[in-house]
Ligand binder design. Structure first.
Ligand SMILES: *Cc1c(COP(=O)(O)O)cnc(C)c1O
Length: 389
């Protein structure tokens, strides 16, 4: 590990589990062969891909034939959206999502809006929840796709996916969910959810980066977006990333075995942080404060302070934290998720996302609670807004 001593940014990415890395290593060296080749050794790579597909299918309660490997969560989201609009644009040009999606979805929608598609972004309430009746009202005869994320990456809110998918299906519309933050943390059963398509990513579940999964019901037909040698049943061409596939397969196998115990361990740590912050720091907001959320995620606004300043000072103290999503925290715009909850710009600016995972200990949590109140008090003493409030 590098100098990061206190890592609280598991929703941005996770370290690769050493058991995952160990399973991957032979496929860089001894078993380097192209799985499409004729000779015997290629069979080992093919077998490893089959086994990984089975492990991923088991995690989702899917059929292995419904699992496609991609280059990550972003690519899977893009495949769902562009694969549907390419194939069904004759049927209609209206697509629906929520206002708090990951950029992988929102930017795809922005692009399609410029290309003449009609897009609807469903609002959320102050907890980050989509109202199913809003979805119902937004559907038109021209709607061809609805995509709503399972768990939000910034605030952790869990959407009522089963209910939303049912509304889509009543009108014969395909339903996709970005489940990148849900898979591996909570049970995700594609049959119970009854979604047509689902995306998730390896590097959010202790696997390597640059590999993801796209789930699609067998009877759902979409266009491929990457053309070539017919890999992945013709839906995603390109020589398979064998080490990556082995990695996501192993990560899926471990998640299925260990997820329930991890929840029991991590939830109390997250709750301890929330309680400690409320007790020790005045003028804070818990963003998306609902029971319907991931057990590892906490998003707080420390009012009258800049999020960037907190991040920098906490970084200096050895803490890796985020202000919203990793993708937007480098820009100065406040989080689109927090604004959608109805937060004022200045409160959205003072936000801090704390996301826990496998390697956090009670000592990490105690140290965070020792350091953060001092940092907040220090920054507030320098804030021109603190005195005037
Ligand atoms: C991380 C993330 C993605 C993107 O996945 P990558 O594998 O990094 O491309 C998409 N959606 C959500 C909700 C995420 O958290």
């Amino acid at each position: 590990m590098n100098s990061t001593k206190y890592y609280f940014d598991y929703n941005a990415t996770t370290p690769t589990d050493s058991r995952v890395l160990e399973a991957m290593l032979p496929f860089f060296s001894d078993n380097f062969h192209n799985p499409s080749s004729f000779y015997r050794q290629a069979g080992d790579a093919r077998d490893a891909i089959d086994k990984a597909r089975e492990n991923v299918a088991k995690l989702l309660n899917a059929d292995p034939k419904e699992i496609y490997f991609t280059g990550g969560g972003t690519e899977s989201d893009n495949l769902a959206i562009f694969g549907v609009v390419s194939r069904y644009r004759e049927k209609g040009n209206h697509i629906i999502t929520s206002a708090i999606e990951h950029p992988a979805v929102l930017k795809s929608f922005e692009f399609l809006a410029k290309k003449g598609f009609e897009t609807t972004l469903l609002p959320v309430d102050k907890y980050g929840l989509v109202d199913p009746s809003d979805l119902e009202k937004s559907i038109k005869d021209s709607t061809i796709l609805i995509t709503v994320m399972h768990a939000n990456n910034e605030i952790g809110t869990l959407q009522p996916i089963t209910q939303l998918a049912k509304i889509a299906h009543k009108k014969g519309i395909y339903f996709h969910t970005d489940a990148v933050q849900a898979v591996g943390k909570i049970p995700v059963d594609v049959k119970a959810l009854d979604v047509d398509m689902l995306s998730f990513s390896s590097h959010k579940i202790y696997g390597p980066k640059g590999i993801g999964v796209f789930y699609k019901k067998n009877k759902v037909k979409i266009d491929p977006m990457i053309f070539g040698g017919g890999h992945e049943n013709g839906l995603r061409a390109g020589t398979e990333n064998v080490p990556g596939i082995v990695g996501i397969g192993k990560a899926a196998e471990l998640a299925l075995l260990e997820m329930a115990d991890e929840e029991k361990r991590i939830r109390p740590l997250r709750d301890k942080i929330q309680k400690g912050i409320i007790e020790r720091i005045p003028e804070i907001l818990i963003n998306g404060d609902t029971d319907q959320k991931l057990y590892n995620t906490l998003n707080v606004s420390l009012r009258y302070i800049e999020g960037e300043a907190i991040l920098a000072m906490m970084d200096h103290e050895g803490f890796s934290l985020s202000s919203g999503s990793a993708c937007s925290s480098k820009s100065l715009d406040p989080s689109h998720v927090l604004l959608a909850l109805g937060l004022k710009h200045e409160d959205a600016h003072g936000s801090l996302r704390i996301s826990l995972g496998k390697y956090n200990t009670e000592d990490d949590v105690d140290h965070l609670l020792d350091v953060l109140p001092g940092v907040a008090a220090h920054l507030r003493r320098m804030s021109p807004f603190w005195d005037k409030k």
